[in-house]
Design a binder for this molecule. Sequence first.
Ligand code: AMP
Ligand code: MG
Length: 347
Amino acid sequence: MQTELMRPDELGIFMAADLLRSGGLVAFPTETVYGLGAKVYNEAAVAAIFEAKGRPADNPLIAHVLGITGAQECGEWTPLAQILASAFWPGPLTLIIRRKPIIPRIVSAGLDTIALRAPSHPVARALIAACGFPIAAPSANRSGRPSPTTAAHVMDDLAGRIPLILDGGPSEVGLESTVVDATGMCPLVLRPGSITPQMLATVAGECQVADSVMRQLQEGEYAPSPGMRHKHYAPMARLTLVEGEDEAVKRVLLTLAKGRADTWVLALDGELRHTEGLRFKSLGRDAGEAAHRLFYLLRQADEEGVQRIFVKALSPEGVGLAVMNRLARASGFDIIQAAEFNNQHHH
Ligand code: AMP
Ligand code: MG
């Protein structure tokens, strides 16, 4: 199959909507990352998403809608969903509510809930509007890889496997949406994103965060958000997180990464920049910039044949929680505590 790249002008949107209507797949830009879409009501088309991505069958998809009315087609709306959607839609917030029977089970990987999001990206919105039905779409990467934040990333992963990519330029947020269980009275964050627990608490009065967000699930343990069970977001290079004070982290890196041409060190600006002998790559000035750059940098590392990546841990506050959640999984929970390491390697 030839993969077409189109500008998201009137013709592009028309072609994409036509493909989706007839059961085809289309990759399209959103403000978080690029999505790989299918008509939510078409079971075979949704199955083709799992096939194209190599996605495990137990990892549910997000249905993309224009707003609250569209969401109410797909799931049993709740007072909490109303509060959160009113505050944050359209935007990078996914709400989990009970699935209506009209939605094929495959969309939610057999769960009786459905994940819903109204994206704010004008191209995503134009596409949903042109279709007139919700679009089921996970991130448009091969399963396990970092999510795509440009059309070129989608091409790298899915060329020959899907007919069309709409190129809307780089994604603004760069990390996947915040996923919140909105079936109950209190929001429960299943996957952190750029809409933080603090922001959710501001409108909902309170907010909980699933403890699996920063922890590795044990064998056989129940996963509230099934995607968290799988290896995720990983570059080809081996990635290790280093936690601790600046000076302690610096010492670890001088031991493990100094003078190595195949090794990158990622950190926020100002933290390690002037350390001699390290191949420093900036995550930006703060967690928001790190979110925007992270997947881009991981894919760039692969392109340049980098073998080893060390990342100085961010503080898990605000958007930092989302960045750390992705990094912990990208590393397969390979995390060095700098103080401990330095004690053991002390001479
Ligand atoms: P992706 O768009 O590739 O980031 O994948 C969507 C993610 O949303 C999944 O990996 C899950 O973590 C989450 N998700 C989707 N549907 C549900 C659901 N019904 N319950 C809990 N989490 C969900
Ligand atoms: Mg994904």
